[in-house]
Ligand binder design. Structure first.
Ligand code: GRF
Length: 215
């Protein structure tokens, strides 16, 4: 078996959520934190969109929010360097991408290796990218679903932490399939964060093992 390349920490974690849109996955994580299911606090909600509904909800909920305007930076690298600074300043343990519509630079991915996770509305490595529910329907797959994975420089290709399967129905539209997948996203994303800070995630090669008990 491959050597252990990473073991998640068992600790009360400091989480940053990055989002660009409605923020339903952020809300699911926040609810799980509130219930005490996840041993972590959300210390920052960051967005590249000033009016992202998720950012507004976070602000209304009393969380620290930050809108970083991409127009104020000349390069993506410069933008992501500002992000690294903000995240490091708050001693964030884990960044959860939740509908964050900017591709991360390799610099940001490397700075937080095994400390950035993402949710994708398809069963990776099938259907990376955008509009993947429609792509799944058009391809004719019988099952799609969602994937929580570590973020690596190659988009949608980091080690897979959790997946949930959702059947594709004959009369599905992009909207109906997306809605059923979203229900599963809201389960597996908080669960992945819970496992992370339970010290229960181990990466060997590109496989992720879920440990019975935290290290
Ligand atoms: C979700 O479908 C997620 O899988 C994808 O972007 C969407 C974000 O939705 N990465 P929300 O903003 O969390 O509601």
């Amino acid at each position: 078996m491959d050597d252990i390349v990473f073991r998640s920490p068992r600790k009360r974690g400091r989480v940053a959520v990055f989002l660009s849109g409605r923020g339903s996955n952020f809300m699911a994580i926040r609810e799980a934190v509130r219930r005490g299911d996840i041993d972590a606090d959300i210390r920052l909600v960051l967005s590249n969109k000033a009016d992202a509904p998720g950012l507004v909800k976070a602000r209304e909920g009393g969380l620290e929010t930050l809108f970083l305007d991409p127009k104020l930076f000349t390069t993506r690298e410069e933008y992501d360097r500002a992000i690294i600074e903000e995240v490091e300043r708050r001693r964030i343990d884990l960044i959860c991408l939740a509908g964050y519509m900017k591709v991360l630079t390799p610099g940001l991915c490397d700075a937080f290796k095994h400390r950035i996770v993402n949710i994708h509305p398809a069963l990776l490595p099938s259907f990376p990218g955008l509009h993947v529910q429609q792509k799944a329907i058009d391809w004719g797959v019988r099952f799609s679903g969602c994937t929580v994975h570590f973020v690596a420089a190659e988009v949608d290709m980091g080690p897979i932490i959790l997946q949930a399967v959702v059947p594709v129905l004959q009369d599905d539209t992009e909207e109906t399939l997306a809605a059923r997948i979203l229900v599963e996203e809201h389960k597996i994303y908080p669960e992945a964060v819970r496992l992370y800070f339970g010290g229960r995630i181990e990466v060997r090669g590109r496989r992720v093992f879920i440990l019975e008990t935290g290290a």
